[in-house]
Design a protein around this ligand. Sequence first.
Ligand code: ATP
Length: 212
Amino acid sequence: MDQSAIEVRGLSVSYGAAPVLVDVDLTVPTGAGVCITGENGIGKSTLLRCIASLQRPDAGEIEIFGGPPGSTPEFWRAVATTVEPPTWYPGLTTREHAELVCRAHGLDAADAGIDEALERFGIASHADAVPPSMSSGQKQRLTLALALLRPSRLMILDEPEQRLDPDGRAQVAAMLAEYRDGGGTILMASHDDVFAAAAGTEVTGMAALVAG
Ligand SMILES: Nc1ncnc2c1ncn2[C@@H]1O[C@H](COP(=O)(O)OP(=O)(O)OP(=O)(O)O)[C@@H](O)[C@H]1O
């Protein structure tokens, strides 16, 4: 049997006295796509941050491809995430950010398809601009382009459709569906069921994750 990409058991998180996640279970098989939905403040981002190792839970266990999240370079080679907003390097252009990401992941920047990726994400005309000069939707497109350019086995995305116009949503959803067709696993949170379906992910309400 294939190892799960994500196994979460009995996860609990409180902020002060306020419990946000209580005994949450989640399994995402390798190659699957799961989209978590639920009202504002129900704890989707908190769950994704814990799974991406960006937040320590109060209780519970998390395994990513059979190992603890965040503890090894292998984890970060396998996992691409946009759960935390990116930091832009001062003075580097959009294309230079893409080249940096490719080189950091052992890709030859000349062969990695950077121009095609910027074209597909509709930001080719901003290739020589610095990201802070771009609109919030253009920056979101760049963030997702960088996540998809680098090799990964698992993507963890928090509301990737945010700030995208309808064409952008459709393009990003199609690229996420392609990522899955290529064997990638996706865990995301979204408020857009149409986007989630177009990305080839199965929608699961947060409430269904509480161990019963
Ligand atoms: N750092 C924090 N300190 C205190 N409370 C927090 C913190 N982060 C989140 N919360 C609270 O935890 C709850 C869950 O927040 P979270 O961001 O995980 O929800 P969400 O489901 O992702 O919401 P949204 O749909 O609005 O993005 C909210 O009530 C929020 O106010």
